[in-house]
Design a protein around this ligand. Structure first.
Ligand SMILES: CCCCCCCCCCCCC[C@@H](O)CC(=O)SCCNC(=O)CCNC(=O)[C@H](O)C(C)(C)COP(=O)(O)OP(=O)(O)OC[C@H]1O[C@@H](n2cnc3c(N)ncnc32)[C@H](O)[C@@H]1OP(=O)(O)O
Length: 242
């Protein structure tokens, strides 16, 4: 064998070894991450069911789940990182919009405005998120372990058809319920005159957020419909932002 060819073979072997090591580390991390996230959302589900069975009402439930909800949803920020460094084949933009809008709902709406925490709409989106995330993270976990039961795959790529719109309804109704409190309290707003000479009205910002669901939500929904066709029906789908 010529020495040039030998060099290339050694180089290829080294590259393959590096890829394998990175692959193994990434797979181990993702498996750990998905198990931890499934557990987090399962805890939330158990606490919710137990609370409802004991008290017979959803009132006061949010206080009991607030910490686990904030923890589980905030950790999902790591998913944007996973896409950015390329260890999962998902769009950073789609994941970013999905994760950031949820974090916004949790921290800057539900957690910040005590008066709306007992609204039915809060329970609606929390229940919908919980069911979705238990399914999604168990799907990823079993998939990584190469033991994916068909019903989990089926649930992952069918339930969103109903769950996504339900979640959006819950989120929009919650922001809508928050509007009067935000207007009255002037929270997170900056009025003129101030030393920065900048004004910001959180009330109008929330109206813009609600309106932004109109162009953004269909994109997330159609993304999932394309994923569904690809995974369940084996169709080759080309994403625009890939
Ligand atoms: C600051 C102000 C904010 C203003 C916001 C404005 C509003 C915007 C509107 C937003 C509306 C959002 C509403 C929403 O919150 C409501 C709900 O969620 S309700 C509940 C129902 N929801 C769903 O069903 C969620 C569906 N969405 C998702 O699943 C994801 O979020 C999404 C990013 C859309 C997922 O898509 P993805 O592209 O990741 O699809 P796949 O799951 O098929 O994965 C693709 C491949 O990547 C692998 N992967 C991904 N993640 C992992 C992981 N953690 N571990 C291992 N592998 C992973 C996956 O296996 C696939 O691999 P392969 O291609 O090899 O099969």
């Amino acid at each position: 064998m010529a020495s040039g060819e030998e060099d290339r073979t050694v180089e290829e072997k080294e590259t393959n070894n590096k890829k394998r090591t990175k692959g193994a580390i990434a797979t181990a991390w993702l498996t750990f991450y998905n198990i931890a996230m499934t557990a987090g959302w399962l805890v939330l589900a158990v606490v919710m069911v137990r609370y409802y069975l004991q008290k017979g009402t959803h009132k006061g439930l949010y206080k009991n789940i607030a910490r686990t909800l904030k923890f589980s949803q905030t950790f999902a920020l790591l998913e944007v990182g996973h896409c950015a460094i390329g260890i999962v084949r998902t769009s950073v933009i789609v994941t970013g919009v999905q994760v950031c809008s949820r974090i916004f709902m949790v921290w800057f709406i539900t957690n910040s405005i005590r008066q709306i925490q007992n609204e039915e709409s809060v329970i609606l989106f929390v229940v919908v998120w919980t069911i979705t995330e238990i399914t999604r993270y168990s799907f990823y976990t079993f998939n990584l372990l190469n033991h994916l039961p068909y019903f989990i795959k089926w649930a992952r790529y069918n339930m969103f058809i109903v769950m996504y719109p339900l979640g959006v309804i819950g989120e929009l109704l919650t922001i809508h319920a928050a509007l009067p409190y935000v207007r009255r309290s002037g929270m997170y707003s900056l009025r003129l005159p101030n030393k920065y000479n900048v004004s910001f009205d959180y009330y109008y910002f929330l109206i813009i957020v609600m309106l932004s669901y109109i162009p953004l939500f269909p994109q997330l929904y159609f993304h999932m419909l394309r994923q569904r066709r690809r995974v369940l029906h084996g169709e080759i789908v080309v994403e625009k932002d890939e």
